[in-house]
Design a protein around this ligand. Structure first.
Ligand code: NAD
Ligand code: LMR
Length: 330
């Protein structure tokens, strides 16, 4: 029996992600939670002839408690998206407290759940979640994930002409670091099968992966950021977690995790100087079984990208931790 819950289920990401989870034969129960519109979204999805039994909740009548109780996997796309001219960090002011409060609910009602955070800025919201879970005495680093799969999906897509793959998802490209601008580092030298990127195309390709989100924000022209590609990516990661918890082995996905407490994590933390980092994670029935250090043997160009990444990432992580340790005065 697998129960999944989506918090922020009525939004641009929440709706298509909930659709994909409702259609997933590996999900037995699906709970939707949002501050608005969950009854309508739930009624609509409930007509789909698939395995998952669906229920929807608003905050009233202990909605969060009912959505979370008995849940194995919680996916959080709650929070505001960017408009043109904004950075992901500009979302912190609103989204930090949304994530804090939802994770407090998880600590109380489903402390053993796998928690998948989509809400931006991921580089800060995941440290926020870790601090909330720590304060409640229920933090398990193996069960908390920042969803960075969209960066991987973009890298696979944007290199297609060099990977030669008809199906771009067959190109495996580690994208490490964080989830915003320069903190996103595609390691093309570690791609499998290997890529042959012309030297004069390399910088533009890296830039497109790092700033792919801006492309969508600009094209949507004030109507939000990536939702459909994010639902695809979020589902890909959630499905990997669900398969692993059901006992499937050998599943590896890049994701943003708290390195100490996961096998292999200390080595990367030492090399990068940061405790939260996206890298290849082997998933198992208990969550993140081990992390793989893909940083050894990277090219000089990639070393430079990694330097810029860790510099930015440090500040983002500290900001998230500080938000919980020294809460802003009201
Ligand atoms: P949206 O505004 O369309 O939807 C957000 C939903 O969250 C809304 O339905 C809203 O009612 C709900 N919500 C707000 N506060 C809530 C609360 N306290 N409890 C429950 N639900 C609440 O936004 P979107 O386009 O779906 O984006 C959501 C978030 O995902 C944004 O922060 C965005 O930046 C982020 N995002 C992350 C990635 C990634 O790669 N990790 C990719 C795309 C978007
Ligand atoms: C993305 O990468 O598309 C998301 O993080 C949304 C954004 O703000 O760009």
């Amino acid at each position: 029996m697998v129960k999944a819950a989506v918090l922020g289920a009525s939004g641009g990401i929440g709706q298509p992600l909930s659709l994909l989870l409702k259609a997933c034969p590996l999900v037995d129960e699906l709970a939707l939670y949002d501050v608005v519109n969950t009854p309508g979204v739930t009624a609509d999805l409930s007509h789909i002839s698939s395995v998952a039994k669906i229920s929807g909740y608003l905050p009233k009548d202990d909605g969060l408690k009912h959505a979370l109780t008995g849940t194995d996997v919680v996916i959080i796309p709650a929070g505001i998206p960017r408009k043109p001219g904004m950075t992901r960090d500009d979302l912190f002011k609103v989204n930090a407290s949304i994530v804090r409060d939802l994770v407090k609910g998880i600590a109380e009602f489903s402390p053993k759940a796998f928690v998948l955070i989509i809400s931006n800025p991921v580089n800060s919201t995941v440290p926020i979640a870790a601090e909330v879970l720590k304060a409640a005495g229920v933090f398990d680093p193996k069960r908390l994930f920042g969803v960075t799969t969209l960066d991987v999906v973009r890298a696979e897509t944007f290199v297609q002409e060099y990977s030669g793959q008809k199906d771009p998802s067959k190109a495996q490209i580690p994208v490490v670091g964080g989830h915003s601008g320069e903190t996103i580092v595609p390691l093309f030298s570690k791609a499998s099968p290997s890529l042959n990127i012309p030297a004069d195309k390399y910088d533009a390709l890296v830039n497109r992966v790092q700033f792919g989100g801006d492309e969508v924000v600009k094209a949507k022209d004030g109507a939000g950021s990536a939702t459909l590609s994010m639902a695809f990516a979020g589902y890909r990661f959630a499905e990997a977690v669900i398969k692993a918890l059901r006992g499937e082995t050998g599943i590896v996905e890049p994701t943003f995790v708290y390195l100490p407490g996961i096998a292999g994590g200390d080595e990367i933390a030492k090399a990068t100087g940061v405790e939260f980092f996206s890298t290849l994670v082997t998933l198992g029935a208990n969550g993140a079984e081990k992390v793989t250090n893909v940083l050894a043997g990277v090219t000089d160009q990639e070393k430079k990208l990694l330097e810029a990444c860790t510099k930015g990432l440090k500040g983002n992580i500290e900001k998230g931790i500080d938000f919980i340790k020294n809460p802003p005065q009201k």
